[in-house]
Design a protein around this ligand. Structure first.
Ligand code: ADP
Ligand code: MG
Length: 700
């Protein structure tokens, strides 16, 4: 039983629409609302009023500071806190906050990744208020969501391009909707609901593992006797400690206005999921960042550690973040909802086929948007979606699409032919028919992109989706705009058929985990970009540069900077993993190995002294096995260390990434098998760190 009222605490720390309506003068409220929904500029006097009201509200809630909260290219969030104090000559202070401080900040940008964008003399960056995402209070500070740019206006963050992509999609969608006769729509938003997977383990155990602390994943560790094979964890009864965590997390998130909705156990032991109610994309992205942060914080407070890495443990499932995505009009229509009338059906089919075409044509860059060193362990590893992107639409919709392709659809008379009007409403019933192996699935009234990794900012895939769909809508619009009204219906149908024909190769309703599919995908000419170094060159391929520049989402320079940053991040991640593994094997593992061998040797000697005739075969076997593997481990460790040094020498980020992938990761995997084989023989108490069995079943 909750000891609080949910409606009372929900959003209690948020400067939300209700508070603004209550406290702002009517015209100021209107101006902010307009600015938030259409992205127009806010005049300074209006900003001053908002700032004063916001400050008073924040002070009432115990805030002493404010911060421009932004999302640099680290994929994390950043903040610098300024207090409201304004010291007076008489020794007292006033608490001040101006409109200028609300709208714009000037953090030093020089220590954030810029991928060469700051190569110029200008180190300053600026943050600009995003009024479409509400401010909130956390730990006594007023948080103002902001975009982060260089002084020259280049995006240094994930929010700026996301907002640009939402505008691009809105413009394109409105244009084609108006052309199709839906004239009331002036604006559309993308909606996002991101299901977040995570692991929860005991904090003391976590702190004893250098690999988890430094890299977020275990680099060595023999499998536990039990993994996920019993299928007893998924949706299983919540253990009291886990339940306590989930309750506490919900409460903290609700105070911040994050609509945490569903929670359950996931497939792997110690793995869980939280799904929110969907929101406008940029708010959803902000809220997912907050969710990840609160997960770590609440876990820490309760004596647990929350692991958000894509692959914290070998041998059991990794964690992802399903990105549910749709488009909603300002008149409240979900454009990916099949609707009930033939006219709605046509509109739905336009957006459906535009999305299918977009995902096919831009599958390579969509793949790039979810590429990280961590996610490489997941994609294609027989658990999460494969690295090949395909789309699942369900049987019913597949039939409809087939009939469009064959030109038999839209004929609503006659018994044998498949009239769209008759068929489409059935799709609503089809929402439970899920293909869990598909990377990109239509789930009734939205698409679910299952490739993002659990630690990723969902800004990245949504930037690509929004922009690519905008592009396809524009292309369709260009083909339709000069068609005479009485021919429009006919022409829309032939355009849909044409796009479907060109892009149907991306549709696949079967099992995405099989080798047959990978072979078939290759035959169809689909991309299979297995790792980050393989994928990343596609980010700056001509067709993709053209896409982003045309829609004003990235300049060519911004895109190259992201290419640099993603690769650099990959190189650094594996470099750190290699060093951590070397240290852990050399110090922690070896100390366990040596002390166990010493004890077994002493035991054997003692026995021999007392009973000279004994063979001590058991002890000898253990010592021989461990001694042999000690030598092997030493050699493998030396190779890893030397190869890592070679990697450090490579200047080009892509070359380095390939080397890290092909050589260093391979060395690590070879070393890991030897270490794990020995670890399986050594009793737990000899190891200065907890084993898989201890960690994965640590919470009661
Ligand atoms: P699953 O079976 O994959 O767990 P659910 O039906 O529980 O899926 O929903 C998953 C997510 O999809 C939730 O976060 C939900 O809010 C989100 N969602 C539902 N409708 C939309 C929509 N129109 N746009 C974006 N996300 C949506
Ligand atoms: Mg899902």
């Amino acid at each position: 039983m909750a000891e609080y009222s949910v409606p009372e605490i929900y959003g209690s720390l948020v400067f939300n629409d209700k508070i603004m309506k209550e406290r702002l003068p009517k015209d100021v409220y209107k101006a902010v609302h307009k600015c938030a929904t259409t992205g127009t500029h806010l005049e300074l006097d209006v900003a001053n009023t908002v700032a004063a009201v916001m400050k008073n509200w924040a002070l009432e809630h115990g805030a002493t500071h404010f911060t421009h909260w932004f999302q640099p290219m680290t994929g994390l969030t950043a903040e610098k806190h300024d207090s409201f104090i304004d010291p007076q000559p008489n020794g007292t202070v006033l608490m001040n906050f101006s409109g200028k401080e609300l709208i714009k900040g000037e953090p030093d940008a020089s220590s954030f990744p810029s991928g060469g964008l700051r190569a110029t003399f200008e180190a300053r960056g600026y943050t600009a208020w995003d009024p479409s995402s509400p401010a909130f209070i956390k730990d006594g500070t007023l948080y103002i969501p902001t975009a982060f740019c260089s002084y020259g206006g280049e995006a240094l963050d994930k929010k700026t391009p996301l907002l640009r992509s939402m505008t691009a999609l809105s413009d394109s969608a409105v244009r084609i909707l108006n052309l199709l006769g839906n004239k009331a729509v002036k604006h559309v938003d993308t909606t996002v609901g991101s299901e977040q997977e995570y692991f929860l383990i005991d904090k003391d155990m976590y702190l004893k593992r250098k690999d988890l602390v430094m890299t977020g994943r275990t680099l060595i560790g023999a499998p536990a006797p039990k993994g996920q094979e019993m299928e007893d964890h998924y949706f299983g009864v919540l253990k009291p400690k886990v339940s306590e965590f989930m309750h506490e997390l919900d409460k903290e998130l609700w105070k911040l206005g994050v609509p945490a909705k569903t929670k359950h156990n996931e497939v792997a032991p110690s793995q869980h999921e939280l799904a929110p109610v969907f929101e406008t994309a940029n708010v959803a992205v902000d809220h997912n960042q907050l969710t990840m942060e609160m997960m770590k914080k609440v876990a820490d407070k309760l004596g647990y550690a929350c692991l958000l890495h894509e692959k914290p443990f070998e041998g059991v499932n990794g964690s992802g973040k399903h990105n549910n995505w749709s488009i909603v009009t300002d008149t409240g229509e979900n454009l990916l909802d099949p609707g009930k009338t033939p006219a709605e059906n046509i509109q739905f089919l336009v957006f459906l086929i535009a999305t299918i075409s977009a995902v096919d044509e831009y599958a390579d860059v969509l793949r790039c948007s979810v590429a990280t060193a961590g996610n490489d362990h997941r994609l294609g590893a027989n658990e999460a979606p494969p690295a090949v992107i395909s789309i699942f639409v369900g049987d019913e919709l597949a039939k409809v699409l087939k009939s469009i392709d064959e030109g038999t659809a839209f004929v609503s008379e006659g018994k044998t032919e498949m009239g769209i009007a008759k068929v489409l409403p059935h799709i609503l019933k089809d929402t439970t028919d899920r293909n869990r192996t598909s990377p990109f699935a239509f789930t009734g009234n939205k698409f679910e992109f299952r490739m993002p990794g659990s630690s990723l900012s969902v800004a990245d895939p949504n930037i690509v989706l929004n922009t690519a769909v905008a592009e396809m809508l524009d292309r369709m619009y260009a083909e339709l705009k000069d068609v005479a009204p009485d021919k429009l219906d006919e022409e829309v149908k032939s355009v849909l058929k044409k796009y479907l024909d060109a892009h149907k190769k991306i549709l696949f309703n079967g099992n995405g985990y099989t080798d047959e599919w990978i072979a078939e995908a290759e035959k169809r000419g689909l991309y299979n970009l297995k790792s980050l170094p393989e994928a990343m060159p596609r980010l700056i391929a001509d067709k993709n540069v053209e896409l982003f520049t045309k829609h004003g989402v990235f300049t060519k320079e911004e895109l190259s900077s992201r290419y640099e940053i993603f690769l650099e991040n990959y190189d650094k991640t594996i470099h750190i993993e290699s060093l951590t593994m070397q240290e852990m094997v050399r110090k922690d593992f070896t100390s366990g190995l040596v002390s166990y061998m010493k004890d077994v040797t002493n035991e054997a000697l003692k026995k021999k002294q007392l009973f000279p005739d004994l063979q001590v075969a058991y002890e000898s076997d253990i010592i021989k096995t461990l001694d042999a593997s000690e030598g092997k481990i030493d050699e493998e460790l030396t190779k890893l260390s030397e190869d890592t040094k070679k990697a450090e020498e490579i200047i080009d980020v892509l070359e380095a990434a390939k080397y890290y992938h092909d050589v260093v990761l391979e060395d690590m995997s070879v070393l890991r098998s030897s270490v794990d084989a020995s670890e399986a023989i050594i009793p737990d108490q000899y190891l200065p760190y907890p084993t898989y069995g201890q960690m994965l079943f640590s919470l009661r």
